[in-house]
Write a protein that binds this ligand. Structure first.
Ligand SMILES: [Zn+2]
Length: 186
């Protein structure tokens, strides 16, 4: 059983957002096409959201863009919403992370419906063994989600055309790290 995982395709990570990545719009539209493809073969489609209330030093007025960032994805703002291309109708579950701390991996989040169930628990409960991971940003939240998925025992493919990086250098390192950890990079 295979699931599509859409990581943080939110307005603040797309062009015009607080932390816009260059390919954000293209990736959102390509993911949406895959969501709607009747032959995509997915048994489940889930998405994660960076979901900040007061995440401490994750936010900074003088961000280093490594451990601290400009204010982004604040709950109740449009920046935290999914990119409008994302088809929310097809999502079987949403996992939100980072309310009061930095959280890069979707596996740190909890189901939007009950605030308790983790993504690993939810996927296992549905019998999912294989994940196709997509989203933003390749070099941060996608990478962290992929590495956690492998630790949780899932078989992982990274769909690189459907991922948008912050920077090409850190993207290249992230792809190497994910491959070395056991992910298939396609
Ligand atoms: Zn964040």
């Amino acid at each position: 059983m295979r699931a599509l995982v859409i990581v943080d395709v939110q307005n603040d990570f797309c062009p015009g957002g607080a932390l816009g990545t260059e390919r954000g719009n293209i990736v959102a539209e390509q993911i949406a096409r895959l969501q709607r493809d009747p032959d995509n073969g997915y048994d489940a489609i889930v998405a994660t959201q960076d979901w900040h209330i007061d995440p401490g030093t994750h936010f900074s007025d003088n961000p280093d863009y490594i451990d601290s960032w400009p204010v982004h994805c604040v709950v109740g703002t449009g920046g935290a919403d999914f990119h409008p291309a994302i088809d929310e109708e097809t999502l079987h579950q949403i996992f939100r992370k980072g309310e009061y701390t930095a959280a890069y991996s979707g596996f740190e989040g909890h189901a939007a419906t009950d605030d308790i169930t983790t993504m690993a628990e939810w996927l296992r409960d549905k019998g999912i063994t294989d994940l196709d991971i997509t989203g933003i940003a390749t070099d941060y939240c996608v990478k962290a989600t992929v590495l956690d998925a492998l630790k949780e025992g899932f078989t992982v493919r990274v769909l690189t055309d459907l991922c948008s990086p912050v920077h090409p250098d850190t993207e290249a390192q992230a792809l190497t790290d994910m491959k070395n950890a056991g992910a298939e990079i396609v």
